[in-house]
Design a protein around this ligand. Structure first.
Ligand code: FE
Ligand code: ZN
Ligand code: FE
Length: 200
């Protein structure tokens, strides 16, 4: 690929966005399956639908440019999604896992915001007013999705996750305070030599 003009850069970065969106279309449903919080699930499902429309907008632009949308792999989005996949497949407290999914999804949105910001600017520069409007619509959807995720994290999910962790600490503290009985024996504790006389 030769970047001889702003026009060729514009087409190249549109292809990159198109591939990034395609990757998201495949990854997001798997992420949604792992969500526990109902509002987070609804928000991500809503954004999945928006993502389909974003792909349509890009295809409209490719049609108008009479260019193929294929030929570029977005390596950045592949990396972001690989990390997201690792986080979403961890085991643990449901609220903490939801917080991890929000963290991962916000990385995706910020990457897209950077991408749409750039191609929208290129479209304006090259005089593609209609493209600029289409790309701005997608850019605003990404920004809104990011804000919704921030709101959910700050208002509810991060707090739930923190409370879940605090519950664990309190439970451990209560166990430590009570007169000990045989049933309080911590499961992870294994007897060792010289420990035979110890009473729990
Ligand atoms: Fe998108
Ligand atoms: Zn990319
Ligand atoms: Fe998005």
């Amino acid at each position: 690929m030769r970047l001889e003009s702003m026009h060729s850069l514009y087409v190249e970065r549109l292809r990159d966005m198109r591939d990034a969106e395609n990757q998201i279309l495949k990854a997001l449903p798997k992420m949604i399956e792992r969500v526990h919080h109902a509002e987070l699930r609804v928000a991500l499902e809503h954004h999945l639908e928006e993502t389909r429309q974003q792909v349509s907008r890009l295809d409209l632009i490719f049609d108008e440019l009479d260019e193929s949308p294929r030929g570029t792999k977005c390596k950045g989005m592949a990396g972001v999604l690989e990390e997201a996949d690792e986080l979403a497949n961890e085991n643990g407290d449901p609220s903490v896992l939801d917080a991890a999914i929000i963290d991962a999804a916000q990385h995706v949105e910020h990457y897209e915001i950077a991408g749409y910001g750039a191609v929208k600017t290129f479209a304006g520069l090259l005089g593609y007013d209609k493209h600029e409007t289409l790309l701005e619509t997608s850019l605003n959807e990404e920004k809104k999705a990011d804000e919704t995720l921030t709101d959910l994290a700050e208002r509810s999910i991060n707090l739930d996750a923190l409370q879940g962790a605090e519950r664990e600490v309190r439970r451990a503290a209560q166990l430590a305070d009570r007169p000990r009985t045989e049933s309080d024996r911590p499961p992870e504790r294994r007897p060792f030599f010289g420990d035979e006389d110890r009473r729990y």
